[in-house]
Design a protein around this ligand. Structure first.
Ligand SMILES: Cc1ncc(COP(=O)(O)O)c(C=O)c1O
Length: 381
């Protein structure tokens, strides 16, 4: 028998939701809307789709391991020198490589509670120690993180905006933080939602900064609609990027993803349409949630975190939405047991979602009020 290392055996396997087709059959639903993974409701960038279609007859060829053309396209798009960029299979992969390249087993990665689950997984899987400080008003508490640094801290992970809270810190807060962090501690700044946040006053665009101990990660999964292809990139000082080039799998990212990314990055019409759709959808959602009295956290991303009265309430809310055809995310695994996250949709999806949420929430609140008088009554929507 092979002994499975404790760091692997102790990981909780990914628990997929019920397949959409099965749910539809079981509940006899004619429509299901998924607003649970912060995906782009408009689909993939049309320019990316066109580029992939033309490229497909080339997929027998191995990929350029340095993604030279894509690196140049990113460099041109953001005014960065190509030697400061490395590409990978999405942020998940970039984070795993950063943890592997710049820390040893037992070293500590410091971050916040209630942040992106991918960093927890990368840290645990590689036998590093995860240390978390509490959120402050559902946002990263940069002061507390800085004060929590120990001699064992090798890495700090920040997400701006944060997932699942949607909160952002400002340039002033970030610069102050970076001044306090020892220069042998590497700061990872995850900008998965930068395109949604960059117009918010004071947002610090990570790739415009220059620190010897800062790496910025970006993904094309969100605003460019390429989540299924797995493509992202890291920006930072050359000596760190060179180390990441040694660490990464040689043929990552795959060729189709590279081609799609090159086209998507310059699909300005799609980017604009996506951001406008997001703004319109979230505006409607915020207003209805406020009317219903659902607590919500201010967001700079493409989703909103709703705060339910309890963990049990959130679990039931999730379940009832699901049974009515709306898939949202209960973010207990992220560290917010009473949190429900919902991302923006098309106009039509937003109307559908709001109609279900209104119905479910109103019935649940009425049910929980009634329960005080008659404990056996259940709430069926
Ligand atoms: C903060 C953050 N980083 C990274 C990711 C994942 O990005 P990718 O699809 O490139 O792995 C997500 C996705 O939900 C996220 O919220």
């Amino acid at each position: 028998m092979i002994k499975i290392p404790k760091r692997i055996a102790s990981l909780k396997p990914y628990k997929p939701g019920k397949p959409i087709s099965e749910l539809a059959r079981e509940k006899q639903l004619t429509r299901i809307v998924k607003l649970a993974s912060n995906e782009n409701p408009l689909g993939p960038s049309p320019r990316a789709l066109e580029a992939i279609t033309t490229y497909l007859k080339e997929i027998h060829r191995y990929v350029d391991p340095l993604a030279t053309e894509l690196v140049q396209a990113i460099a041109k798009r953001y005014g960065i020198q190509p030697q400061h960029i490395v590409c990978g299979h999405g942020t998940d992969s970039l984070l795993a490589d950063i943890v592997a390249a710049f820390s040893e087993p037992g070293d500590e990665l410091l971050t916040s509670e209630g942040t992106f689950i991918g960093i927890y997984v990368s840290t645990h899987k590689q036998g590093r120690t995860l240390r978390q400080v509490p959120l402050k008003d559902y946002a990263f508490d940069l002061d507390a993180i800085q004060h929590a640094i120990t001699p064992q801290t090798r890495l700090i992970y920040l997400a701006n905006p944060n997932n699942p809270t949607g909160t952002m810190f400002t340039a002033e807060e970030f610069e102050h933080f970076m001044q306090q962090v020892p220069d042998d501690v590497l700061v990872i700044l995850d900008e998965a939602y930068e395109a949604y946040a960059k117009d918010f006053p004071g947002y610090p665009v990570g790739v415009d900064y220059w620190y010897d101990n800062l790496l910025v990660t970006r993904t094309l999964s969100k605003v460019y609609g390429l989540g299924g292809l797995r493509i992202g990139y890291t920006v930072g000082p050359k000596y760190l990027i060179d180390a990441l080039k040694r660490q990464k799998l040689p043929f990552e990212p795959n060729a189709v993803a590279q081609v799609a990314a090159m086209a998507a990055l310059y699909d300005d019409d799609f980017l604009k349409k996506t951001v406008t759709t997001n703004h319109r959808s979230l505006k409607r959602m915020k207003s209805v949630f406020a009317e219903l009295g659902i607590k919500q956290v201010d967001t700079a991303a493409n989703f909103i975190l709703l705060l339910m009265p309890s963990e049990e309430f959130a679990a039931q809310f999730f379940q009832l939405c699901l049974e009515n055809g709306l898939i949202v995310r209960h973010v207990k695994p992220f560290g917010i047991p009473n949190g429900i996250r919902i991302n923006s949709g098309t106009d039509d999806e937003t109307s559908f979602a709001l109609e279900i949420i209104e119905r479910v929430y109103t019935h649940m609140i009425a049910g929980s009020n009634k329960k005080k008088d008659s404990p056996n009554e259940t709430c069926i929507v």
